[in-house]
Design a protein around this ligand. Structure first.
Ligand code: TEU
Ligand code: CA
Length: 554
């Protein structure tokens, strides 16, 4: 298997709005990121995935872009960006940009032109359709953020497609002019010296020509079969690779919601000439009574089956990305661990061990390295995310589901759990801002903050530091072959990794109870690389403490 820098890297995702505010307006910004580069260097990460910083009206917090080659005013200036980029590079940290090109903002000049009644060069830059009889939209598709996926435009007197908010019109990738505009913009950023792209919902850029009603699921029809992994998605990515990606030493990761292993091999195959890797979502996609708004915990055997499938079926064929958290997901220690005072730290370390010893490139979401938890929402006024606010309207205010039923699901799964400010220290607003934060700081910042953790060798931060250092020291962690043990066990996640004569044993107790585990004979005199409890011998049958994790190397 070819060895490359992006296979050996650890990536850190920054959601700029919530990372660090340098000018007291309560909103994170580029200068705030620059001020924290030494902290990231100390953590040991190699690459920053920067969520969008481009000009945007912030209907979806920057995932609705009105100018791809200008910086959002609230985040600073292009000079601030250039300074951050050079300061990161000076520390050996690469910068990967978030490329959001399935859609633009409705305030982008392309859309302003496209919606004009008279013909303009931009007329076919988006997906316009006539409505049905009686002012009905072209079909029954629902958008990810609630409501119909079509909006009627008075000026052009047609409907346009928006798989997300009405302020996020989908681009028409079948139009070669659109593709060339995107490729030119990507080249412009590569010429500035950035180190790659994370590609937002890139699996949705090719739609079928026919757009029939979808299978009704709740209030609206499903657009999936017509808009996800569409007829030309691989043609367009191969074109992007040929015209841009192949010309730079950059890394790419596609956000491919709904991707299967087979599809992933096409997007990220060693010789597909498309992307380097993709994010799959099987382990975090909720399919509960209210769709993703589901408060049932996934059985460990199911989680192990999903993670192991990706580990074994991509091995040697395509490259895995590894994540628990991002700006769209609840905090992993609250979702898959135990965020009680007694077990928060140990379960956070256990989850980190489980993920970081796997095959693939690991992603750390801002605050995950501190063991930050979900937010204790009290009222709807605590929420900022368009998806959460619209979901409550669509499920509760519509009367379909009672508040008592829906509230726990919303609080557990809301993307706002990941968007509360990073907790830097125990001063007011956790040192994130000297102003009023755009979203409330988690009140547990007094106990959970970076200042306390960087100097405490037993902290979650220092544990992540060790995991990152181990990945750099032992190629078996990056390139070793994965094998799951005890597949049926509902409490223990146990697997091995092998590369030449090195063999790892990774043992994670996902339960709040003590569990017996028999260390395989072949690991009798193995070296313990890391464990989340005090030093002890791992041989014979051991009584694992709640959420105990350890790694042996022989
Ligand atoms: O997310 C797309 C996406 O699939 C998520 O919205 C997902 O459906 C849900 O939020 C979590 O299950 C990308 C970005 O990551 C997200 O922040 C944007 O809101 C969205 O695209 C539109 O750009
Ligand atoms: Ca600011």
């Amino acid at each position: 298997m070819k060895r490359t820098w992006w296979k050996e890297a650890v990536i850190y995702q920054i959601y700029p709005r919530s990372f660090m505010d340098s000018n007291g307006d309560g909103i994170g910004d580029l200068k705030g990121i620059t001020a924290k580069l030494d902290y990231l260097k100390e953590l040991g990460i190699d690459v920053i995935w920067l969520s969008p910083v481009y000009q945007s009206p912030n209907d979806d917090n920057g995932y609705d872009i009105s100018d791809y080659q200008a910086i959002m005013e609230e985040f600073g200036t292009m000079e601030d960006f250039d300074e951050m980029l050079s300061e990161a590079h000076a520390r050996g940290i690469k910068i990967v940009m978030d490329l959001v090109v399935n859609h633009t903002s409705d305030e982008h000049r392309w859309f302003v032109e496209s919606r004009k009644a008279e013909d303009t060069p931009y007329r076919d830059y988006y997906i316009w359709r006539e409505g049905k009889e009686g002012n009905q939209p072209p079909n029954n598709w629902g958008s990810c953020f609630g409501g119909s996926a079509w909006k009627y435009d008075e000026q052009r007197q047609m409907y346009y497609l928006h798989l997300f908010s009405p302020k996020q019109p989908d681009l028409n990738w079948d139009n070669p002019k659109v593709r060339q505009e995107v490729f030119d913009m990507m080249t412009w950023w590569c010429e500035k010296g950035i180190d790659g792209f994370r590609m937002d919902v890139i699996s949705m850029i090719s739609k079928t020509k026919d757009m029939p009603d979808g299978k009704v699921n709740g209030l609206y029809g499903d657009f999936g079969p017509y808009c996800v992994h569409g007829p030309h998605v691989h043609d367009y990515l191969k074109e992007m690779n040929e015209k841009v990606l192949s010309r730079y030493d950059i890394m790419t990761v596609g956000e491919t919601s709904g991707v299967t292993v087979e599809e992933a091999k096409k997007y990220a195959g060693e010789d597909s000439h498309e992307l380097n890797m993709v994010f799959q979502f099987e382990h975090v996609d909720g399919h509960g009574k209210y769709g993703k708004w589901n408060d049932e915990r996934m059985p460990l055997s199911k989680l192990k089956e999903i993670m192991s499938k990706w580990q074994t079926e991509l091995y040697g064929k395509a490259w895995n990305s590894l994540f628990w958290d991002n700006h769209d997901q609840p905090r992993v220690v609250s979702r898959f661990g135990n965020d009680s005072p007694e077990y928060r730290e140990r379960s956070a370390k256990m989850l980190a061990t489980c993920l970081h010893m796997m095959q693939g490139t690991p992603y750390i979401y801002q605050g995950e390295e501190l063991g930050m938890t979900n937010y204790p929402f009290e009222t709807m006024a605590d929420f900022r995310d368009i998806e959460s606010v619209n979901a409550y309207k669509e499920w509760c205010e519509s009367g379909r589901v009672s508040h008592e039923e829906f509230w726990p699901c919303l609080c557990l799964i809301s993307r706002d759990n990941a968007r509360t400010p990073v907790q830097w220290n125990d001063t007011e607003n956790a040192g994130f801002t000297t102003g009023t934060p755009w979203i409330k700081v988690n009140p547990n910042y007094k106990e959970i903050n970076a200042a306390a953790e960087v100097k405490n060798p037993a902290s979650v931060f220092c544990y992540y530091q060790k995991l990152i250092a181990l990945r750099k020291q032992y190629p078996v962690i990056v390139y070793g072959k994965y094998t799951l043990l005890l597949p049926e066990d509902e409490n223990l996640f146990v697997y091995t990794r092998e590369l030449e004569e090195d063999k790892l044993l990774v043992v994670c107790n996902f339960s709040s109870a003590e569990q017996a585990f028999s260390v395989p004979e072949e690991f009798a005199d193995a070296e313990c690389l890391i464990s989340n409890t005090e030093e002890r011998e791992y041989e014979g049958t051991v009584a694992l403490k709640p959420y105990e994790a350890f790694v042996l190397l022989r």
